[in-house]
Design a protein around this ligand. Structure first.
Ligand SMILES: Cc1cc2nc3c(=O)[nH]c(=O)nc-3n(C[C@H](O)[C@H](O)[C@H](O)COP(=O)(O)OP(=O)(O)OC[C@H]3O[C@@H](n4cnc5c(N)ncnc54)[C@H](O)[C@@H]3O)c2cc1C
Length: 229
């Protein structure tokens, strides 16, 4: 495993799946990790795969240290060479064919499945041709925007990928969007009932966006979501 700090409390950690030469999964799926607390209690937590499917046995997670949380801190404290058991992949928070114009809405580590989906989608022209893809990514401040340079690069390489980071507490230098993600969704989704929306993050944010899209006339089947809490 190899880890990179994404912010003070967040890490991008790359793992190798020891049991298999190739680890197959669909972008958007998650893994279940089992850790044992010092008192012997076993706990299991879900983590979205943050990397796109590849030809080998590697995958990455985007992990936030939750205050007083056990598993998130356990994983963030792992050192190169450490091992942990996991099972999966699980979940049906995956891209629904046929591909439509799509808005991806995330806050914090809710970006993980979208990093996987977007790298996969944009890797081949036929997967996204003729479709407009928007990512509305909400965070507090500039230093919390995980994978910012990567998404800027993808947007510069693909005219149909629109990257919209938004900050709720951006500094005076910040030139981008401000406020909560749901404030910027109508500009993309208003008067559109022929798109898909994928929403990922904490319950409160997911709920706010589902309600907003439904109030814009969207069918609930066009709104897919994953809640982290
Ligand atoms: C499908 C799915 C995918 C997920 N993917 C990711 C991911 O990619 N990256 C990631 O960092 N997390 C992800 N999570 C959240 C993760 O599973 C854990 O809930 C989180 O890491 C806390 O676990 P813990 O054992 O550290 O804390 P716990 O011991 O479970 O909780 C400690 C305290 O923190 C609160 N809490 C629990 N979860 C959260 C949270 N997510 N944010 C803030 N407070 C919380 C609890 O209410 C409790 O008070 C995902 C959850 C689900 C259901």
């Amino acid at each position: 495993m190899r880890s990179t700090a994404l912010s003070e409390l967040t890490k991008h950690i790359e793992f190798e799946m020891k049991a298999v030469p190739r680890f197959g999964f669909v972008a958007g799926q998650w893994l279940s990790f089992k850790a044992t607390k010092p008192d012997g209690e076993e706990i299991t937590r879900a983590y979205s795969i943050a990397s796109p499917p590849s030809e080998d046995n590697r995958f990455a997670l985007c992990l936030n240290r939750v205050q007083d949380g056990f598993t998130s801190n356990y994983l963030c404290d792992m050192k190169v060479g450490d091992e942990i058991a996991c099972s999966g992949p699980f979940g049906d928070f995956i891209l629904r064919p046929p591909m439509r114009d799509t808005v991806f809405i995330a806050t914090g580590t809710g970006i993980a499945p979208f990093r996987s989906m977007l790298h996969w989608l944009l890797a081949e022209e036929s997967r996204h041709q003729g479709k407009q893809l928007s990512l509305v990514f909400g965070n507090r401040t500039e230093k919390d925007i995980y994978y910012h340079d990567e998404f800027l690069r993808l947007a510069s390489e693909h005219a149909n990928f629109h990257y919209r980071p938004t900050l709720s507490r951006g500094g005076s230098e910040w030139q981008g969007l401000r406020g909560y993600v749901q404030e910027h969704v109508p500009a993309i989704a208003q008067a559109r009932t022929d798109m898909h929306a994928y929403v990922c993050g904490l319950d409160k944010m997911v709920k706010a966006n589902r309600e907003l899209l439904k109030s814009l006339g969207w069918d609930r089947k066009s709104i897919l979501y994953e809640k982290y809490d």
